[in-house]
Design a protein. Structure first.
Length: 344
């Protein structure tokens, strides 16, 4: 991918790199996941990691030659990674379900034997209904666990990015993801894991507000309002918020918006320097787009521009100094909030 051409780094919906896409959809995956898998393979072809020819060199260890992977092999490897992750998430959901005890409701009553007797009769009458509800909930949980690929968080773009960074090596990808899952920053840079593995408290999970939105994008708006007031006011005039576009960017791991080297830089910064830099990265990106944001606000096209256009000429190295300045100002409070992602 030419680093100077941001548009070329975007995921092209059409078949790229001469791929034939001869493999069939995987029945275990949903239509959405099969489409995402095909997009990853096409993007791998744009990066020179996937070849259409079945005689292409297979990436691996030992005596195997390093080079582009055949498209069907790349698809099969990514499918194995996604399936393995889905099964691991299902196991974590089952483990969380076994360790969590259901809350017991208390029926309040006044003093006196008649009130206590009424409470006992009411509880006895509710037992069959409660048992039936529990059985239905267990059946629903089993159905969700039997279909791990149909996860609620959508396609796992973070795992797909790591898959490409590992040169389409499935074993190395799973090992890297296993190590990354031990970091606090993984709660934010890997949203699919947090939302599909059942690691969030039930109240927070049922609210539909993941840590990525409750903490990261919340802090992006706070910092943008203070550091980039013109940008913040432009969003307000457009009826749009920085949190909305940043959540879109982050959930897609910046696919379709940044060159892949910059996506790799984003992941490296968050892993090495901490999850705080996910916030600073978004602020730096909005700062880079400040001129375009002001221009498209006047044209009443800000939302369309941010959602449909790639970010051009953005280089992570040019904004490291600005991110470090933000880190010196906000790291103490931001780190406290990000470490307490279970109770934002």
């Amino acid at each position: 991918v030419d680093k100077g051409d941001a548009a070329a780094a975007c995921v092209d919906v059409g078949v790229g790199g001469g791929l034939r896409e001869s493999w069939a959809d995987f029945p275990a995956l949903s239509a959405m996941h099969n489409l995402g898998l095909r997009l990853v393979v096409r993007y791998g072809a744009r990066l020179g990691l996937v070849a259409a020819s079945s005689t292409a060199a297979v990436v691996g260890g030992g005596g195997q030659k390093w080079g582009p992977v055949p498209e069907d092999v790349a698809a099969q490897r990514l499918h194995s990674v996604l399936t393995e992750l889905s099964e691991l998430f299902a196991e974590q959901r089952r483990a969380v379900g076994l360790t969590s005890s259901p809350s017991k409701s208390r029926v309040g009553g006044g003093a006196g034997g008649s009130s206590e007797a009424a409470t006992v009769r009411l509880a006895a009458a509710q037992q069959p209904q409660q048992q039936q509800q529990q059985q239905q909930q267990q059946q629903q949980q089993q159905q969700q666990q039997e279909q791990p690929a149909a996860a609620s968080a959508g396609f796992d773009w973070f795992a797909s990015s790591v898959f490409l960074l590992c040169h389409l090596n499935a074993a190395r990808t799973l090992h890297s993801l296993s190590l990354l899952s031990t970091l606090v920053s993984s709660a934010y840079i890997w949203p699919a894991r947090m939302e599909d593995s059942g690691l969030l408290p039930p109240d927070l999970a049922s609210s539909g507000i993941p840590p990525l939105y409750a903490t990261t994008t919340h802090w992006v708006e706070l910092i943008v309002a203070r550091e980039l007031p013109l940008v913040f006011n432009s969003f307000r005039l457009s009826g749009f918020t920085p949190a909305q576009i940043c959540q879109l960017w982050l959930r897609q791991c910046f696919w379709n918006y940044l060159d892949f080297p910059e996506i790799a830089g984003y992941l490296a910064i968050c892993v090495v320097m901490g999850g705080n830099f996910q916030v600073y990265f978004c602020v730096a990106l909005l700062r880079h787009l400040q001129h375009d944001i002001l221009k498209h606000t006047q044209q009443q096209r800000l939302v369309t521009f941010l959602k449909e256009q790639p970010v051009r000429e953005f280089r992570v190295g040019d904004h490291i100094g600005f991110m470090q300045e933000l880190h010196q100002k906000y790291s103490e409070r931001l780190s406290r909030d990000m470490n307490n992602y279970r109770s934002p």
